[in-house]
Design a protein around this ligand. Structure first.
Ligand code: NAP
Length: 264
């Protein structure tokens, strides 16, 4: 596969959130050729049909990998609970060489508003519940499911954004959520020094989320900037960015907790 060393990540148990489309779907495809037979993969998102099709396609191409899915809304307590249950049922943690928890699911929130338009605390609660709280609760629960032991390397990935470290007009919730998530995972890196924590910023991707950015961003300059990127072919293919993320994990040359960008 594109010159990648085969099975180089060893026997892996992996959970990917937001796997139904976009970057998460590409991560699933890019991960499979890098893992050993006996590895297991759990796909989580809300759209059952997309997860089912992806799991079937992956199983057809990689029959030696156990692919399971859970359709769950991670913005709810029940959704997080069902994702954790799916991971418990996945098994494989006892024999795996690596556990990979990829917090990829995310949403833009209301990007057609300015800061001063946000007056409803419930709207913020809903946004942060999915984009921040669920990533914390899911990760901590999964780390309990996949306990550390000698010979096991645990990795936690936070799919981040330039918006975590740079403010963008109209993106109040998105910037705040990404910044909060990143700091949260930096604390994990400080506390659990045996866990490799990576905040990966995938760059501007050519996908559904970018279409929303181009069409809904309130600030006209920013909207135009992203429209121009699309027009001039500067958006990044999800599979290319997914590959870069896995290369970074595999090379293991980052400081745990660091923000690594596609362009680094
Ligand atoms: N696109 C970009 O240019 C860009 C740039 C920087 C960072 N990122 C980050 O990259 C990550 C992946 O985004 P993407 O670009 O691939 O976006 P996307 O195409 O919109 O995909 C988002 C994924 O999250 C899932 N999701 C959304 N709400 C959910 C919920 N309540 N519960 C469970 N799953 C949910 C979606 O599946 P369902 O709808 O089936 O639930 C989908 O699989 C995000 O964290 C995003 O912030 C993206």
């Amino acid at each position: 596969m594109d010159g990648e060393p085969s099975c180089s990540l060893g026997t892996v148990v992996c959970v990917i959130t937001g796997a139904s489309r976009g970057l998460g779907r590409s991560l699933a495809w890019e991960l499979c050729p890098r893992v050993m037979p006996g590895s297991a993969l759990l796909l989580v998102a809300r759209t059952e049909q997309a997860l089912r099709v992806l799991a079937e396609e992956l199983t057809l191409q990689y029959p030696e990998i156990r692919v399971r899915w859970v359709a769950a809304d991670l913005g709810t307590e029940d959704g997080v609970r069902r994702a954790v249950q799916g991971a418990q049922e996945l098994n494989g943690g006892d024999t795996a060489q690596r556990v990979l928890i990829i917090n990829n699911a995310g949403s833009l929130g209301d990007i057609d508003k300015s800061f001063v338009d946000f007056t409803d605390p419930l709207e913020m609660d809903r946004y942060f519940s999915f984009n921040v709280s669920s990533a914390l609760c899911l990760t901590s629960s999964l780390l309990k499911v996949f306990q550390g032991r000698p010979g096991l390397q645990r990795h936690v990935v936070n799919v981040s954004s330039l918006a975590a470290i740079q403010p963008f007009k109209s993106w109040t919730l998105y910037c705040a959520g990404k910044a909060a998530r990143e700091m949260m995972f930096r604390v994990l890196a400080e506390e659990e020094t045996d866990i490799r924590v990576l905040s990966y910023s995938p760059g501007p991707l050519d996908n559904d989320m970018q279409e929303e950015v181009r069409t809904k961003t309130k600030d006209p300059e920013l909207r135009l900037q992203f429209a121009n990127m699309k027009k001039s072919g500067k958006l990044i293919d999800c599979r290319v960015s997914a590959r870069k993320m896995l290369d970074v994990l595999q090379a293991d040359a980052y400081k745990s907790g660091d923000h690594v960008d596609f362009y680094d």
